[in-house]
Structures are given as C-alpha cells and as structure tokens.
Write a new protein. Sequence first.
Length: 299
Amino acid sequence: MKLLMFRDRGARRLGVGRDAESDQVVDVAAAAGGDSMPADILGVIDGGEAVLDRLRELASSASGEAVRRIADLELLAPFDPPRGNVLCIGRNYQAHAEESARANQTEVGPPTIFTKAISSITDPYGDIPINPAVSTKIDWEVELGVVIGSTGSNIKRVNALEHVFGYTVVNDVTARDIQNGWGGQWFKGKSLDGSCPVGPWVLTKDEVDDVQSLQVQLRVNGVVKQDANTRDMIYPVDAIIEWLSVGMTLRPGMLIATGTPEGVGFARTPPEFLTAGDVMETEVMGVGLLRNTVVELPS
C-alpha cells in the first residue's frame, strides 16, 4: 500500500494509493466521511493494523471526488518532519567506501552512523536550493529509506524487520566542502536546508518481497551516475536496525537512510558537482522515484 501526503487548497492531506491502479490515490479524509482517521502518515503508523485495515477498505471502496490522480497532486514529503533526525549510514556499499577512500587518499573506512537535521527534509519533486556563498561542492546520493513502525531497543537481527513499517526513497544531498571542512563536519555538510528530498510515498513492507534485491539508481540530466542493488550493502537492513538499536531506542516514525552506492560526484575523475538547472532523478525500483531540480539562491 502506498501512503503519501499532498497539498490541497493550502492544507496537507493524507492519501492512500490503489494497488491495482497505480495512478489513483484516495483522499483519506474525503473518503472517510465523518469517520475519525489519521491526518498524516505518522498517525497511520501509530494507529497500527486497525488503521491499515481501514485504509485498505477505503482504497477499494472510495469513489467520486475522493479519488484523485497522482499526476494532478502536489506531493509533499511523507514526513515533515520524521520523528527525530534522519538516521544515516555512511560507506555501507563496499565500492562506494573504496571510491571515497581513493578520492580522500585515505584507508577504506568501515560504515559509520550520522544524522541529517529534520530541517533538511524537502518534497519528492521540490527544488534543491544551492547557494555558492555557502557551498560549491553539492553532491548526490541515492539511498533506500527505511521507516520504523514499532518501538525497540537492543533489537536482535532475527527480529529486526518486524520493526519496519515500510520503505521510501532518500537523496542524501551533501555539501562536500562543508562535510570535509573544519576537521570533518558530516552533520553540517549533510544538513543544509532542503538537502534531503524524500518520498514520493511510503510503501508498506508487505509490498516488498525482498528488501535486499532492490535496484537503486540516480540520474543527473538523464545520465546514469549511480546504479547498484541493495544486495551490495555491507550491512543489510536487518543488521543496520540491530546496530542502531544497541543502547538506543528506535521509535515509530523514525527514518533511516541506508547508505549510497558508488558513483557519487566528488569521487569521479574529474570531480562533478551539481549546478543550477541540473535535474536529479533518484530511484529505488519498485519503491519510488524522486525528481528534483537544482536552483541557485541569491548570495
């Protein structure tokens, strides 16, 4: 089931996609009539299986003005914001870890954990603002996003996927000069405003047969820059959840970015960075596609 947020006459609204008709979305509030339903995806997660069952009913039975076309909607980030900073895994694809080490002239480092500020979240088709006075080395990173569905700490790997609500697409847009400046500032370099497009929806986990067999790809102006598969992760999703939850409680609505494969701009020869007018298409096949245009802000 696809769950998405959209704007209608200035208001944020919850939508549920029809499985058999991928271009159709049911406006939950309109379809529910007087029934009390969550207003956003966080509310759906908190409502549990009872709410999901009701949404399935609405998706199959709604008609008339409650049924909309995705193409006609202004889609919003599924979470604005998620519960807490975006939890991110760096260097979780071996080839990317190696290309980063070559570019930085260092040894290959192990995967690492960092976060992106909630203020970095932006819409799936929104513009990505850049300001040359702030950074001239803006880079791309396609990532599978994992949405936590139930509370847990010290989660065992064998049970980890039970804590997943669903999956989405993340582009971990990064200011490399800030990330690598001042002795190393990952949080700052990853957290510029509008530097984390997410969406275009959350796909519930029952729709994904094998999360470790998803193709991930990023294109800039139609040219493929990254193309890999989640089977190439050093630590798969269940291992990521196990490690993140050691001594730290994961809460429903938390968003995890699981790492990016090789092909990022700063590691290319010569290095490539985003400039105004560039269009990024960020895709996890079977999950969703982001499309974002880079725009330059006045200095």
